[in-house]
Structure formats: structure tokens, C-alpha cells
Design a protein around this ligand. Structure first.
Ligand code: FAD
Length: 367
């Protein structure tokens, strides 16, 4: 038996229930077991492993933030990713050189986003030559500049999530509950009871909910709405031409878009900002003509040589919170915590979100 009963003969009982098997939920479960290997953990997904925003994430970690709290989370996550790499032997992350295309007047604002306090510099002649070889037809207006910063990171979010879940589930007392769509969370007999849509139930001493974009259609919907959470379509196109060795990423800062060499896929990822708000994960989500027009306009303006290679991509929904700052907060009592609001950056901020959630549950100082 991988679970204990409450003594009533009814529902299986766990020390910790983690609703969500995406990057955030997997990290919560991993840290929980690292902190206390005796803790019995149930990881819950309404579908199966690999269902969610994490599977389609581009995995770009820019270690930046548009407000002090987001920068603090980015810096903390960077430190935690380094610990993960040491603990797991590999966290599925590779350094990637980054060049920034930004309006000259926005250079200081860009520098202020760097979580490590570093500054950008104008690209050198050698860097510019590599950019020209990498991004065919690279061009920008006289008001814009090309800058370089410290290297950032390209990760593999689903690979890391699976690796973390394997660690957690390698312990016989821990369980993955698939197809268990949590509809209600309430307190009963000193425990938290989680009731699935089909009426089956488990109990837990403590619970973390990391539902990603399903946040507005589940047990924390009200609390999430009150915190200002919404959902939005997130789109990243594929540029089906292989990045040359050493190719840098190019962030088009003012358009909130980037071109990232995607080594595992052997192509580029062009992430754009899709304007489709209030699009949840259970709706049919597709890359549409409006998204393609945005992508084509960006390429036509800056990298026209990539236009013929713009084919397909990845699309899903994500939960966005005000200021794009994740919300980690108790819900209705100290034994239930929600960790929501990846806001299109939920891979790179996931370690700090998970640590914060556990600190809140364990009564430790928050990050
Ligand atoms: C196309 C795309 C590109 C992206 N690129 C980047 C990037 O480059 N860098 C970056 O940092 N971020 C990026 N993101 C954002 C990032 O992927 C997400 O913010 C992050 O993966 C969210 O992780 P999560 O664990 O919160 O949610 P998810 O991965 O969506 O997982 C949610 C989990 O909750 C479970 N669940 C939900 N509700 C219930 C319920 N009621 N009962 C049971 N289970 C439930 C689901 O089954 C699932 O397991 C991108 C996102 C997309 C879509």
C-alpha cells in the first residue's frame, strides 16, 4: 500500500497532497520529500503526466523581472536551479548567449530588469558578425540598438518535471493520482479532504494547489479571481531551420518576443505575445491568423530571412496574475496553499514559487 487510511476505512490519507503535476507541482513535491523523506506525498493530475503548460514551454530562463519582487523570484530560482543540477546531476539546462534588440531610449529600463544587477553592453564587431550570420537579413531602425548581456539559460521543462516526479515517485510511500480532477477542497476531521469530480476522495494533512491554467475552473477559482488571476493563450512559433553552433538567442524586448535556438528540436522557437485573453486550457486552442500576422510582422521587420521557415509551433494557455508576479498564498486556512500565476514565465520562476509554497506550509520564512 502506498497510502494510509484515515482510520475510517474511507479515504486514503497523505501528509501532503500536491494538486498539479506540472513544473510547479513537481518541484513542490520534490522539495517536500527532500526536506522530509518521511513525508508521504500524493501528486495529483486531472489527466496524466505531461498534461499542461509545462509540456509546451519554450524553457527560456532570462533571469529578469519587471518589478523588484519578480527580480527576487528570478534570482532565487536561478540559485535553486543550480542546486537542482547539483542534486539531480543534470537539470536539463544549457547556457545560451543572449542579444537584445531594444529602442535606444529603453536601454536603461532593460538594464533595470536584470535580476543579477548586471548591465547590457553594445555588441562588439565580432558579435554583430555572428548575429548577421545567424539571423538572415538582420535589420533594425536607427532608434534601436543591439546589446549583449551575460549568458542566460535554455531549459527542458517537461524533461525536468519528469525527472523530479521520478525522484518523488521512486519512494514507495508516494503516489501519482492520474485522472483525479479535484473539484472541492474542504476540511473534515482535522484533515483537508480533496474530492474529485467523480466523487472519489483522499485526505491530506496539508495541500498545495498548483493548477496552472486550470486555475479558474477548480477549487481555488474564487481565491484566484480575487487575486486578479486570468488566463491567456501563449504562442511560440517554430522556425524550421537549424540554429548554427553557438547561436545566441535574440530578445526583441519592446515587442516582448524572442528567438531561441531549440537544440533538442533542431530548430528555432519564436515566442510572441498573443493578444488572446481569457482563453482557458480546455478550450480548443490554436495558432491562428492573428498570431501568424504578429509573427510575420516581427520577422519582416527584423529577420526577414526566417520568414520562409515560419511553420507551426506550440500553443497553450497559462495563468497570468497582476504585474506578472506569481501569487503564492494560503486559501481558507494555513494548511492549504495555492501557487499560481506563471504568467508566461512559470518555468523560470517555478523553483521559487515551489519553495515559497512549502515555506508557507511549513511555517518557514518566505523567500
Ligand atoms: C507555448 C508556451 C511557451 C512558454 N515558454 C516559456 C518560457 O520560455 N519560459 C518560461 O519560464 N515559461 C514559459 N511558459 C510558461 C510556463 O510553461 C508555465 O507558466 C508553467 O509551465 C506553468 O506550470 P504549472 O505547473 O503552473 O502548470 P501546468 O504545467 O499547466 O500544470 C498544471 C497541472 O495541474 C493539474 N490540474 C489543474 N487543475 C486540476 C484539478 N482541478 N485537479 C487535478 N489536477 C489539476 C494539471 O493536470 C497539470 O498537471 C510557456 C508557456 C507556453 C504555453
Amino acid at each position: 500500500m502506498s497510502e494510509r487510511t484515515t482510520g475510517t476505512g474511507a479515504a486514503p490519507h497523505y501528509d501532503l497532497a500536491v494538486v498539479g503535476a506540472g513544473a510547479v507541482g513537481a518541484l513542490v513535491a520534490y522539495y517536500a520529500v527532500r526536506r522530509n523523506p518521511e513525508r508521504r506525498v500524493a501528486v495529483i493530475t486531472h489527466a496524466g503526466r505531461g498534461t499542461g503548460a509545462t509540456r509546451l514551454s519554450a524553457g527560456f530562463d532570462t533571469t529578469t523581472g519587471h518589478n523588484p519582487a519578480q527580480r527576487a523570484m528570478a534570482a532565487r530560482s536561478t540559485a535553486l536551479f543550480a542546486e537542482l543540477a547539483a542534486g539531480l546531476g543534470d537539470a536539463g539546462r544549457e547556457p545560451v548567449e543572449v542579444r537584445w534588440l531594444v529602442a535606444r531610449e529603453n536601454t536603461a529600463a532593460l538594464d533595470a530588469t536584470m535580476a543579477d544587477g548586471g548591465r547590457t553592453r553594445p555588441v562588439t564587431g565580432e558579435q554583430r558578425a555572428l548575429l548577421d550570420r545567424t539571423f538572415p537579413g538582420l535589420t533594425h531602425s536607427a532608434d534601436e540598438v543591439l546589446l549583449s548581456s551575460a549568458a542566460m539559460t535554455a531549459g527542458q521543462p517537461q524533461w525536468l518535471t519528469d525527472r523530479l516526479l521520478d525522484e518523488v515517485l521512486g519512494r514507495p510511500d508516494n503516489t501519482l493520482l492520474e485522472g483525479f480532477r479535484v473539484a472541492e477542497v474542504h476540511r473534515t476531521g482535522g484533515h483537508v479532504e480533496l474530492v474529485a469530480a467523480d466523487g472519489s476522495r483522499i485526505t491530506a494533512t496539508k495541500t498545495v494547489l498548483a493548477p496552472g491554467p486550470w486555475v479558474l475552473d477548480g477549487p481555488v477559482a474564487t481565491a484566484a479571481r480575487e487575486s486578479g488571476a486570468r488566463v491567456k493563450k501563449v504562442v511560440a512559433f517554430h522556425i524550421m531551420t537549424p540554429p548554427p553552433p553557438g547561436a545566441p538567442a535574440l530578445v526583441m524586448e519592446d515587442a516582448d518576443a524572442f528567438l531561441l535556438p531549440h537544440r533538442p528540436g533542431g530548430h528555432w522557437i519564436l515566442s510572441i505575445t498573443s493578444p488572446d485573453w481569457d482563453r482557458g486550457p480546455d478550450e480548443p486552442l490554436a495558432i491562428d491568423a492573428r498570431d501568424r500576422d504578429i509573427a510575420r510582422a516581427l520577422l519582416a521587420r527584423h529577420v526577414p530571412g526566417f520568414l520562409p521557415h515560419l511553420i507551426g509551433g506550440r500553443v497553450f494557455s497559462d495563468c497570468f496574475t497582476p504585474g506578472h508576479l506569481p501569487v503564492v498564498a494560503t486559501v481558507g486556512g494555513e494548511d492549504v496553499v495555492m501557487a499560481i500565476g506563471g504568467s508566461g514565465s512559470g518555468y523560470r520562476l517555478a523553483p521559487a514559487m515551489a519553495e515559497d509554497a512549502l515555506n508557507l506550509l511549513d511555517g518557514r520564512t518566505r523567500t
